[in-house]
Design a protein around this ligand. Sequence first.
Ligand code: ZN
Length: 178
Amino acid sequence: MKVQPSDSFEPNTDELLSNNAAFVREFADQGLHLAPRRHLAIVACMDSRMDIFEMLGLAHGDAHVIRNAGGVVTDDVVRSLVLSQRLLGTQEVILIHHTNCGLEGLAETSLLEEIVDESGIKPWWSLESFSDPYADVRQSIGRLLHSPFIKYKDHIRGFVYQVETGHLVEVDADPRHI
Ligand code: ZN
C-alpha cells in the first residue's frame, strides 16, 4: 500500500502546541528519574495505532521505547540499546512488531528504484520489508542475540501486536539463535 500526500493538508504543530499548554498546566512528572524504573527497553514499530505505554500498562519513567519503521533492529537501535543498558541500567528487551504493518509485503525493489531515480543516491540502509511479522520478530531477536554490543541477553522476548484486537502474541526465538 502506498498513500499519496493530501492536497488539503494543514500542518498540525500549532494545534499541538496549544494542547501542550494544557498538558503543562496538569504536569505532574517532575520527580521522575532519568533511568527507567523497570530497567526495561522496548523496541517497537512506529505504527500510529500502537500506544506502547497504554498497551502494556506502563507509567511514565518505566521504560525506554525505541521506535522505527518495522521495529527493526538496525545499527541505530543497537546504539540506543547500548546506551540504555550500559548507561541507564536496562536489563530486559521487549520487541513489538504488528499485523498490517506498512513494511509487510512492500515492493522493496521498486521503491528503492524510485528513490535512486529521484535522488541519484543509492541508500546505504535497507528498507527491511518482510512477508511474515512473526518471522520478522524472530529475525530481530536473532540480531540482538548475535550482537557483540548487547550486554544483557537473558531477558529478550518478542511479540506481534494484533491491530485488530489489541492482543500481543508472543514469538519464540529461532532455535538457531539461542
Ligand atoms: Zn509497522
